[in-house]
Design a protein around this ligand. Structure first.
Ligand code: PIR
Ligand code: CA
Length: 309
């Protein structure tokens, strides 16, 4: 079944793979791309989104959202993604214009224009735009099928001991998103750290032998080096496409229905996603945590999508 998604992202090497997966996979109808300040400044990630859309032949509207968190200063990740946010590749000049609407308005319009329950939101950056959309039009909560977001973790952080980067950048926004009356699936580090671009995966991508496959190869070459240098990963975790893959093929992830809370004022734990795993606690919120992943099936979808482009 084809699923309609809105991708809210901060490209970013792994966001780029999420965009290619969404654009190339036959079971996804990409309705809109919105950008948010995160891995790099809004200006840079928006430029990257336009270049990627040009490369992949995407015709969906693209618009720029918030340039930084609701009430904090933006922290970026140049050590992982470089100065451009997408170091290691040269993007084509954009062949399309940005949609003139603010990203938040594009998100609201796309949801309110669609039949209830048909759109899945896939945020792969800080949750600023999504929280802002909820504040501006709370009715979106009842109209969205699911929020499949890359962020957080039940047992591990990357930006700090407790926090994953996307949640740490804007914890207040994350708190709003995890507290709203809609289904949230947290595709966090517990599963995305398993989704590594191993030499075997890269061989399969190279074997496609297309302009896009060699672009992905160059993109991953930079990401391999930065992840090795900064976080001692032998092969880099490619986080963001896992949240798209969950929409394509829900069986790819094992999930648990558990209450999840975002720490906004911890001494050591700001940005932590606290998962209540006490078995006797009946979840009274519709939050789900991903706890396992079929890694081979995940890469099959990504490689299939890249091959379609
Ligand atoms: C990845 C990211 C940030 C920091 C590191 N070290 C690695 C970005 C990715 O784009 C992904 O969305 C999320 N934030 C993973 O933490
Ligand atoms: Ca991202």
């Amino acid at each position: 079944m084809v699923k309609d998604i809105i991708l809210d992202c901060d490209p970013g090497h792994d966001d780029a793979i999420a965009i290619l997966l969404a654009a190339g996979h036959h079971d996804i109808n990409l309705r809109a791309i919105t950008t948010v300040g995160g891995n790099q400044t809004l200006e840079k990630v928006t430029r990257n989104a336009l270049g990627l859309a040009t490369l992949a032949g995407i015709t969906a509207p693209i618009s720029a959202g918030h340039d930084g968190p609701l009430n904090r200063n933006l922290v970026t990740s140049p050590e992982i993604h470089g100065e451009s946010g997408l170091d290691g590749v040269t993007l084509p000049d954009p062949a399309m214009d940005l949609d003139p609407r603010h990203g938040v308005d594009l998100i609201i319009d796309a949801i309110m224009e669609s039949d209830p329950g048909t759109i899945t939101l896939v945020p792969t950056g800080p949750l600023t735009n999504i929280a802002s959309a909820l504040q501006k039009q709370p009715e979106i909560a009842s109209r969205v099928a699911e929020v499949s977001l890359m962020g957080g973790g039940a047992s591990v952080g990357n930006a700090t001991a407790a926090a994953e980067f996307n949640i740490l950048v804007d914890p207040e926004a994350a708190d709003i998103v995890f507290s709203a009356p809609w289904k949230v699936t947290m595709v966090g580090l517990d599963v995305t750290h398993e989704a590594q671009a191993t030499p075997d995966v890269l061989d399969q991508i190279r074997a496609l032998n297309t302009p896009i496959s060699s672009f992905v190869d160059d993109l991953m070459a930079f990401f391999i080096r930065s992840n090795q240098r900064e976080q001692q990963f032998a092969a880099p975790p490619v986080h963001d496409p896992v949240a798209v893959a969950h929409v394509i093929d829900p069986g790819i992830l094992a999930t648990e229905h558990r209450p999840i809370f975002v720490e906004t004022a911890g001494k050591y734990t700001t940005g932590m996603t606290l998962v209540d795993r006490r078995p006797w606690i009946n979840p009274d919120k519709n939050t789900h945590v991903a706890t396992g992943i079929d890694v081979d099936r995940f890469w099959d979808h990504v490689i299939n999508a890249i091959g379609n482009l």
